[in-house]
Design a protein around this ligand. Structure first.
Ligand code: GLN
Ligand code: ZN
Length: 773
């Protein structure tokens, strides 16, 4: 039997039921019983769905109320001391996930740090280890969920985050030790857990080691071997499926294939080439799980091509040594395509969400098992849809192709170097020393959201909505003048989201109603789908910029989202290299930039907060990625005259290892997030002697705290220790859309005051005393 299986499923439910239940619980509008009952019924329906689709093994314990890495930490007793005072159970669980706010007498507790789960848009909570960390098993969750599934008659396979990846994903206080050094203490806990699962009746367990798709040291592979030898002993006759995903195993492949596990799962979407070697190395009696259905994207699988691969493997190994699965957990794909009523039939025919992907898995398993005839109809339907996609005029625009082909090196560079441009820019747009500005958005208050919802529901007429937005924009402009900011923004009130707004105005993009994927905790995102060649239908932001500029004599910043960020935060077509799609977007943005300039906008910001997070998992692949992404930004931005000032903005950015690429963007001004790290991040810019202007954030917009004048001046002082005053801008860390006006107004007033005070002091001191030596 070829076993049809899955590695993990979305937790949210078809209509984000989990999100809603969590948020009601946090708001104290419901109790724990309601939340847990919702969770339980979601698990049940997800399991039944998977079983009914024909999966012979269904993952369990992949569910999480917040995050599976947090679950793993608690399962092995990793709980930092600061949470000791919080009541055990859900309170403590959510305290670790979200922190506890400071309230009256009670001081707050900081949440665990959150960071990206490999190169996905999912974020996990980082386990914090003590130097002498002890581990203690709490098997309640995996055992309970397995028992739950078993009672429902589900052929359940518990999923565990593997000990090696778990340690590598964490951080340790003691600088002299590495988390992986803790493995001898951790392994007994996993051994005990495996014995308990076996005693509970599990005949398979899935252990995930996604770290194997990243660059790992040879010593890590030695640890892996030692660990899995012991885990295999403890598992006894319970089978271990070792799951790797998100990429090719590369040099780790031989070591992985030597592990004494019953089956190894390979991501054959991202790493198709590794199958050949794996088939050669697989031990007699060992099985391979073929990750043939893309768990990271929303396109239908080419079933005939996938079947070729599966049949070939089955021929060499025997069909009973094969599992068929998605490439990775379906956590990263939306739930079900069925409910999408607004996508047209043709486009829908090209797509597969979680549920459809499992149907594909089942078809492939049946196909290898019983021959192609047994699934002939499904294969034919798939073939017709994909042939249609390939040749559809909707995705190919000769004009876009021609334009892309005619991009010249000159188009990627400004006419003159920054030092020359600066002079023209200051002549065109005079600015004081230490100019003040903001990053773009102003508070998206309830009334703004409500107006948008009413407009979308047809309850507010377009002209009414427009008038409302204009009023908000005018208020924001007036207020910025009053408070004394130097470079103003229009406030982005008309934008729902910085990517969606542009996608809606570009050809080649589609939007779903319910295509949500979890970003972290209860937060989900609904990425647009880039299905075809991208082209601008017309100006996207010019009217708003022009209107805002007409209200003031001060410079108004045009505000755009960059091509890399638009790419990164969308589901991207899989029928051409990402670079090509990115450059198509870049050309559209380039036209927008030109139109803004034409409309008299002299300062244009192109946000690229996602540039760094798109870095490939393996270091060897960085240079190529950085080359085409930097060029995409330059293609988007370099078409302007010298006198036009180009800004870019990045948040959450660690720049040390990519600072030369950041400089290569050649933006006249970059704003970055630095206030939380107390300007630590500036180090990279200082060492590199970053040549252009830079606005290190001095207002932490993630916090409701209003910065003090002393605090801002202190940060600016730190910045001036490494930058020259001519280079320095004064701005918040990021956009202000999540903040309240009550916070934003005093905060920006403080920021302006601090800048003015410092300006005064700089004017008094002779130039030679200024800035770094
Ligand atoms: N211009 C955007 C804003 O201010 C930038 C947001 C971001 O960097 N994430 O909202
Ligand atoms: Zn930002």
């Amino acid at each position: 039997m070829a076993i049809a299986t899955n590695l993990g499923f979305s937790r949210m439910g078809p209509h984000r039921e989990l999100k809603k239940a969590l948020e009601r619980f946090w708001a104290k509008k419901s109790d724990a019983g309601v939340l847990l009952a919702t969770a339980c019924s979601l698990r049940e329906s997800h399991w039944k769905l998977q079983r009914d689709l024909g999966l012979a093994q269904v993952p369990c314990n992949d569910f999480s109320l917040y995050d599976h890495v947090l679950d793993a930490a608690l399962m092995v007793g990793v709980r930092p001391g600061r949470f000791g005072g919080v009541a055990e159970g859900l309170d403590r669980y959510f305290a670790m996930a979200r922190g506890v706010a400071h309230e009256g007498e009670r001081s707050g507790v900081a949440a665990l740090e959150m960071t990206k789960w490999f190169d996905t848009n999912y974020h996990y909570l980082v386990p914090e280890f003590e130097a002498d960390q002890e581990f203690r098993l709490d098997a309640a969750k995996p055992l309970a969920e397995f028992a739950e599934a078993k009672a429902l008659g589900i052929p359940a396979r518990p999923v565990l985050l593997g000990p090696v990846s778990f340690l590598l994903l964490g951080k340790i206080k003691d600088a002299g030790r590495k988390p992986l050094d803790l493995w001898p203490a951790l392994v007994p806990v996993y051994e005990e857990l495996l014995r308990r699962l076996r005693a509970a009746g599990a005949d398979w367990v899935q252990i995930d080691e996604p770290c194997l798709a990243t660059d790992v040291e040879p010593s890590t592979l030695a640890t892996l071997e030692a660990v899995y030898k012991r885990l295999a002993d403890a598992a006894g006759n319970m089978n271990i499926l070792l799951a790797t995903y998100f990429g090719d195993l590369g040099q780790a492949l031989p070591a992985v294939m030597r592990l004494p596990v019953r089956a190894v799962h390979l991501d054959l979407v991202r790493g198709p080439g590794q199958l050949r070697e794996a088939v050669e190395l697989v031990a007699p009696g060992q099985m391979l799980s073929l990750g043939l259905v893309d768990g990271r994207n929303i396109w239908r699988t080419d079933l005939l091509a996938a079947l070729d691969v599966a049949e070939d493997a089955a021929e060499r190994l025997g069909v009973d040594r094969i599992l068929i699965a998605p490439s990775c957990s379906l956590l990263h794909t939306p739930y079900d395509l069925e409910g999408e009523s607004k996508l047209d039939g043709e486009l829908k025919g090209w797509l597969a969400f979680g549920r459809q992907k499992l149907e594909e898995v089942a078809i492939l398993a049946r196909g290898v098992e019983h021959g192609r005839d047994s699934v002939a109809d499904a294969l034919e339907e798939n073939r017709v849809a994909l042939t249609g996609r390939r040749s559809s005029p909707r995705i190919h625009s000769a004009q876009v192709r021609r334009r892309l082909a005619s991009v010249t090196p000159e188009m990627l560079a400004r006419e003159n170097p920054y030092s020359t441009r600066r002079v023209d820019q200051r002549a065109k747009t005079p600015l004081p020393l230490l100019p003040t500005t903001t990053i773009g958005s102003f508070p998206q208050t309830d009334d703004v959201r409500k107006a948008r919802a009413s407009f979308k529901a047809g309850k507010l007429r377009p002209d009414e909505y427009d008038a409302f937005l204009k009023e908000r924009t005018a208020e924001a402009v007036r207020w910025q003048e009053e408070v004394g900011l130097d470079v103003l923004v229009h406030g982005e009130f008309e934008r729902n989201d910085m990517v969606e707004y542009f996608g809606e105005n570009l050809d080649g993009f589609a939007f779903t109603e319910n295509g949500w994927v979890q970003s972290y905790g209860s937060r989900c995102v609904k990425p647009p789908i880039i299905f075809g060649d991208v082209a601008r239908r017309g100006p996207m932001t010019v009217e708003w910029a022009r209107y805002a500029q007409s209200l003031t004599a001060r410079p108004m910043k045009g505000m755009l989202t960059g091509p890399v960020t638009i790419l990164q935060w969308s589901f991207v077509r899989d029928d051409q290299p990402r670079r090509e799609t990115c450059w198509q977007i870049a050309l559209a943005i380039r036209d927008e930039v030109a139109d803004l300039e034409e409309a008299g906008i002299a300062v244009i910001q192109i946000d690229e907060p996602a540039l760094r997070e798109g870095l490939p998992l393996r270091r060897d692949d960085w240079a190529e990625y950085l080359r085409w992404t930097v060029d995409a930004f330059r293609l988007a931005s370099a078409g302007v005259r010298d006198e036009t000032q180009i800004h870019t903005h990045m948040c959450y950015c660690e720049f040390n290892d990519i600072i030369d690429s950041i400089a290569a963007l050649d933006a006249d001004v970059i704003s970055i997030e630095t206030s939380r790290s107390q300007m630590e991040l500036l180090g990279a810019f200082a060492e590199f002697r970053y040549p252009n202007e830079i606005g290190p954030g001095v207002y932490d917009i993630h916090s409701p705290q209003i910065p003090t004048r002393e605090g801002v001046e202190l940060l600016l002082g730190k910045a001036l220790a490494v930058l020259s005053p001519e280079q320095l801008w004064v701005n918040p860390d990021c956009g202000l859309k999540t903040r309240k006006w009550e916070e934003v107004k005093p905060a920006l007033a403080t920021l302006v005051e601090a800048a003015r005070a410092l300006r005064g002091r700089l004017a008094e001191s002779p130039a030679r005393d200024r800035g770094p030596a």
